[in-house]
Design a protein around this ligand. Sequence first.
Ligand SMILES: Cc1cc2nc3c(=O)[nH]c(=O)nc-3n(C[C@H](O)[C@H](O)[C@H](O)COP(=O)(O)OP(=O)(O)OC[C@H]3O[C@@H](n4cnc5c(N)ncnc54)[C@H](O)[C@@H]3O)c2cc1C
Length: 487
Amino acid sequence: MKAKNQIKSTDKHIVNLAEIVGGARSILYLKEDLVAYDCDGFTIHKHLPKAVVFPKNTQEVAEVVQYCSENNLPFLARGAGTGLSGGAIPLNGEIIISMVRMKKLISVDLENRRAVVEPGFVNLMLTNSISDKGYYYAPDPSSQYCCTIGGNVAENAGGAHCLKYGVTTNHILGLEVVMPNGEIVEVGKDGIPDAPGYDLLGLITGSEGTLGIVTKITVRILKNPEGKQTVLAYFDRVEDGSQAVSDIISAGIVPAALEMMDKTAIEGVEAAAFPVGHPKDIEAVLLIEVDGIAAGIDEQINQILEVCRKRNVREVRAAKNEEERARWWANRKTGFGAMGAISPDYLVQDGVIPRSKLPEVLSKINQISEEFGLRIANIFHAGDGNLHPLVLFDARIPGESKKALEAGSQCLKVCADVGGTITGEHGVGIEKREEMRFVFSEEEIAAQTDIREVFNPYNFLNAGKLFPSPGRCVEIKKELKAQAKIG
Ligand SMILES: Cc1cc2nc3c(=O)[nH]c(=O)nc-3n(C[C@H](O)[C@H](O)[C@H](O)COP(=O)(O)OP(=O)(O)OC[C@H]3O[C@@H](n4cnc5c(N)ncnc54)[C@H](O)[C@@H]3O)c2cc1C
């Protein structure tokens, strides 16, 4: 009661929500506090939430959700807010349900190679908590030092090492989910492969917080590889670097990671916090890591060196020691933020293409850059064709944010046109809703919104995300339903 009295708002919903989560210290509702939650890593759109609540456990999440749905209040979940497509932006003045207090490592079961975490548990903390026992958690988004595993599940996050080990969905064994009506359900029979029934785990992973709120996650953990080595290769021509990527994979090597940065990206990372002395005049750098049984590492490294030399590499060498390797990775993994050293603002795009189309697509992205008069840096998971064109712009110049969005959209169109798609790991959110039409027909979009309706019938949970503004798909849905009735 004391905490309730401390609430300065006369809004009954604020008062009631505060009561559910334990009082004034567990809710934000003043404008000056809410501005910190008006966007995520996609900073072009900003909207204030009605309030932010900080539940401590699943029961409190369920009660908040039930309260919101009974009172027609839109709501959404938020992890660390590092999402790059605007998934956690409260477009409709939502109640944000922050997961940051639910950050426990619940259990580790080395024998069965699994761990159970709360959704606010930070990705890298998991590896840090088990590495002394010889284990790690494989999905490693570059934001892993702060993003949450709940957010990773929602976005089906990838990362540099997902080329060999797969993305988040390949490492999720079970979920506890609060449904949009407040019901708590268990999804997935912990760790049992191919359990009977629909693959709801697969459906919820990557659903961008539109089907339910994840409150507990069982993940697969892996044994540390016996050995690993990393190679750095500089190319004078992007085409040679791209061709080396294809050649490495065609040679039958499956690197743990195969990353590429172009000249503009190199300018950024060298001007930022972790420079490693990349030459300023090269067109592309590849970072290639292999891991596995110690005895096989040297042979793979020699093969990679040979492939790079055949593709006119200017310089190629393996890391001298662990310190150098870690430095190379810090240089790469802080690449997005490094753009801040060469541009006031940047927009991260996230398309996927068949690897063989790399030279063609990079040249088209260059054309887009020229056409829009905006520099575009490219940092990407080259091994799996997941591009991140970074459109550099200055939001203070009127109209430039819009231009950056259009240039980003054009980059995605190029990816879709060569047989790729519009997101590899950052999700659709609000950023790429309209671009869904590059890869899905109206009927396919309508079918997907039908699935959302099964879980989230009134669309109070994270509305306005993932799907384009209702266009013809609404009509098509009506037609299909009418036909089904007649049939
Ligand atoms: C510098 C930088 C580098 C990045 N590198 C990568 C990368 O290499 N690979 C990659 O995949 N991504 C990357 N990202 C994007 C981002 O970090 C990931 O999408 C991450 O998974 C988001 O986690 P989060 O905790 O920040 O989630 P948030 O941004 O808070 O939320 C993201 C979405 O998940 C939903 N959500 C959050 N928690 C839950 C929950 N418990 N239940 C249901 N829905 C929930 C939200 O509603 C929202 O729709 C990067 C971002 C930055 C800023």
